[in-house]
Design a protein around this ligand. Structure first.
Ligand code: 13P
Ligand code: SF4
Length: 356
């Protein structure tokens, strides 16, 4: 395990190595997928997967009538399902959001240890103290947080909707306390001009992108468009042609005329990009420049904890169910629902529904 020390005496974040799953032959994979589909049907369950999970899981979610999406659409899709069980393949905050929105449903995940450096770096007690110190600020938290942190917020946002919501608050003259991703917050502040106070969190995956190496790759591929997720540091965002949520980046690959794309986000997204635009060339933005300590190399180690193998196991055992304290659920659902209502009334993300 490697670790990152956060400033302001926040907890040290243990970043696990990227999990290695035993490789499966084609016939083993087919048999496993069949078993999972049968279990899903028997349990009236649906798969809700993120674009960063591996290609097998994304394909299975699509084949079985589930969804593959960004975190905003995952929340929306899960809440709209009739199915009694949601099987969330992603990281823990995604499973918790699904449960908060649908407390009557059973929500299970392949691995409850699949967390997120943003969530880990924002403990609810310390965050609550921070909010108490700034009572004149509207509290806006990124979806990549615990249920307790969401319960302390006024608004929850995802990367797909953060900018319009903060713009809306700024136009009303509200000051924003933003947590936990300082890079996304910085980007949102730069575009919206909002008065914002930041919690010092970051994503260990996006922090690995290296600006000098990116400049070099851009010189080698002068016609390539650079696509950047806004959890990346400013010097990466500054080099972007498109900055946006995972859905927005996938859309850019299929809609832009460029043949080549340099992509600064988790490599899991290549599955959907390639599916949407098979003739385009995708290049991973560089992570390990000279002297760099590559912690996660553009592959989120927590997203990597989802695989066909543990998905089948969890459906068989019924383990790994998400439970949320009802008092927390009652408070956390309010800012999440506020975000979903804002998305609906402002028609945000709806056109990309389902598959980018
Ligand atoms: P999206 O909301 O863009 O899918 O991002 C979620 C995430 O965790 C990115 O690292
Ligand atoms: Fe969290 Fe970063 Fe992984 Fe996304 S990629 S889940 S922000 S650690």
């Amino acid at each position: 395990m490697s670790s990152q020390q956060s400033p302001l005496n926040l907890p040290t974040i243990d970043v696990p190595p990227h999990p290695e799953w035993p490789s499966l032959s084609d016939s083993e994979k087919t048999a496993l997928k069949r078993r999972i589909i049968k279990l899903l049907e028997q349990q009236n369950a649906v798969l809700v997967a993120h674009y960063y999970t591996n290609a097998d899981l994304q394909a299975l979610a699509e084949e079985s009538g589930g969804c593959v999406a960004d975190s905003l659409e995952m929340a929306r899709f899960g809440a709209a399902q009739e199915a009694q069980t949601l099987v969330v393949c992603g990281v823990r905050f995604m499973g918790e959001t699904a449960k908060i929105l649908s407390p009557e449903k059973r929500v299970i995940m392949p691995d409850l240890g699949a967390t997120c450096s943003l969530d880990e770096g924002c403990p609810a007690d310390k965050f609550s103290d921070f909010c108490d110190q700034h009572p004149d600020h509207t509290v806006v938290v990124y979806a990549n947080t615990s249920a307790e942190v969401k319960a302390r917020s006024d608004w929850v946002v995802t990367s797909g909707i953060a900018l319009p919501i903060v713009k809306y608050l700024a136009e009303k003259g509200e000051k924003v306390l933003w947590a936990p991703d300082r890079h996304l917050g910085n980007y949102v502040q730069g575009v919206s001009g909002a008065e914002m106070l930041f919690w010092p969190g970051s994503c260990v995956v996006h922090e690995e992108f290296k600006s000098v190496a990116l400049e070099r790759i851009k010189r080698l591929h002068p016609d390539a468009a650079v696509l950047v997720h806004p959890e990346s540091p400013q010097n990466i965002v500054d080099q972007a042609d498109v900055i946006g949520s995972t859905t927005a980046l996938i859309k850019a690959v299929s809609e832009m005329k460029n043949k080549e794309f340099i992509v600064a986000t988790d490599g899991g997204i290549f599955y959907k990009m390639q599916q949407m635009a098979p003739d385009k060339v995708l290049i991973e933005a560089p992570t390990a420049g000279e002297g760099a300590t590559c912690i996660s190399c553009a592959h989120c180690p927590w997203m990597g904890m989802n695989a066909l193998q543990n998905l089948a196991e969890v459906l068989e055992s019924g383990a790994n169910e998400i439970h949320i304290d009802p008092a927390i659920q009652e408070r956390a659902v309010v800012p999440i629902q506020r975000m979903l209502d804002f998305a609906r009334t402002h028609d945000i993300g709806m056109k990309e529904k389902g598959n980018a």
